[in-house]
Ligand binder design. Structure first.
Ligand code: UD1
Ligand code: UDP
Length: 375
């Protein structure tokens, strides 16, 4: 029997930017665990990249900078409508799982790659572990809400980042789902922020921006389908950020989806400092130095909190409700007036960032300890 055959074999599915950040943490926890585990009790991780994100600055840079192991499989499935993308992934992942015969499949977050991985595994009766389980926006028009609800329902381990996530699952009756284990392990993104902030060095572009904007700047990201694909929402958000950028520089690393839609509607940005998407290390340096954050990203809302920055969320609701409830985050939607008002009134309010809403920075280890004891 091969060494690999005796150990626990996990297939990890990633495909989109936030998943690289999360997988970096858990892959490192696996590596650490294996250093002291004896033969036969190790974890063999087979990393699969669906190809959902494919530009070098949306994918390769994360593997390189965060020292994520190279994927053993790259499926090259990116672009297209939701159904087509998810369907193609499902077919490829099923074949791959039949061949690899893993003991379990690990998925992250709420993307099409997450759902395809979870569904392919569940239909083959391979147990699924879902990292970032239990989050809900209660907005079924979001593709992510559909993905996360379905993924949770077919998973065996639900690794929640917060008590709110656990409560959401309880409200959906998780206690009656056979063989399902729910754990609040903390947020792997907090682990990532703590680990990489010590190691982050700015690239040349971000270094020169920091130099240029020594007196302060805001950081913004926009990529949600409900904002980018609706011309009015996109115009309103950009109009607000353009107006703000006249008095305070706004750095906007532009997601390819957003760049595409700005071009389609012919909207030119005159005052915003828009740049290509940056790697994670540059991103955390920008988070560390900015005055405040404007974003519709799930991950960036939390990172604003990790770096003790007020966050104005360009959505009507958020899965990270504790940030709003405790006054760290303000929901402004895609409403130009509300965004401008929040910049004036919410950002200057004093906030006490001394608590810890997302665990203690050991979520990755918690996950691996549970999976190893309970394969
Ligand atoms: C996806 C996730 C979203 C997550 C986001 C993180 C789903 C349903 N959505 O949204 O939850 O917040 O990733 O960034 O899975 N594109 C490129 N190059 C790339 C990647 C994308 O040009 O490397 C362009 C393509 O035109 C593509 C579009 O962006 O069609 C959207 O990409 P897609 O992966 O479908 O969705 P995201 O908006 O990135
Ligand atoms: N991020 C990055 N460079 C960027 C924009 C975002 O490294 O130009 C990081 C960000 O810091 C966070 C992750 O990507 O760790 C979040 O991904 P994204 O906003 O694309 O997705 P979401 O969290 O909304 O699903």
């Amino acid at each position: 029997m091969t060494d690999e055959g005796e150990n626990v074999k996990i297939i990890t599915i990633v495909g989109a930017r936030p998943q690289f950040v999360k997988a970096a943490v858990v892959s490192r926890a696996i590596e650490q665990y294996n250093q002291t585990a004896v033969a036969g009790e190790r974890i063999v991780e087979v990393l699969v990249h669906t190809g959902q994100h494919y530009d070098a600055n949306m994918s390769e840079v994360f593997f390189r900078q965060m020292q994520i192991p190279q994927p053993r499989y790259h499926l090259g499935i990116g672009g297209g409508n939701h159904g087509a993308m998810t369907g193609r992934m499902l077919e490829s992942l099923e074949n791959l799982m039949l061949e690899e015969k893993p003991d379990m499949v690990l998925v992250y977050g709420d993307t099409n790659s997450t759902l395809a991985g979870a569904l392919a595994a569940a239909k083959l009766h391979i147990p699924v572990a879902h990292v970032e389980a239990g989050l809900r926006s209660f907005n079924m028009r979001m593709p992510e809400e559909i993905n996360r609800i379905l993924t949770d329902r077919v998973s065996s381990w639900l690794f929640c980042p917060t008590d709110t996530a656990v409560k959401n699952l309880e409200r959906e009756g998780v206690g009656a789902w056979t063989g399902v284990r729910v754990h609040n392990v903390g947020d792997v993104m907090y682990d990532a922020a703590l680990f990489y902030r010590e190691r982050a060095v700015a690239g040349s572009l971000v270094s020169s921006l920091l130099e240029q904007y020594q007196d302060g700047f805001y950081l913004a990201t926009v990529h949600r389908q409900e904002n980018t694909d609706d011309p009015q929402c996109l115009r309103d958000i950009m109009a607000a950020l353009e107006e703000i950028a006249i008095r305070m520089p706004v750095i906007l690393p532009l997601h390819p989806r957003t760049r595409k839609h700005l071009a389609t509607i012919g909207l030119e940005l005159k005052h915003i400092t828009y740049i290509e998407p940056v790697g994670y290390l540059d991103m955390i340096i920008l988070l560390d130095h900015c005055r405040a954050v404007f974003t519709d990203s799930g991950g960036v809302q939390k990172e604003a909190y990790f770096f003790r920055k007020p966050c104005i969320t360009l959505r009507d609701e958020t899965e990270w409700v504790e940030l709003v409830e405790q006054g760290f985050n303000c929901l402004a939607g895609a409403d130009q007036g509300k965004i401008l008002e929040a910049e004036q009134s919410f950002i200057p309010q004093r906030k006490d960032f001394t608590g810890s809403l997302y665990g203690t920075g050991i979520a990755g280890n918690n996950i691996i300890n549970i999976l190893q004891k309970n394969p």
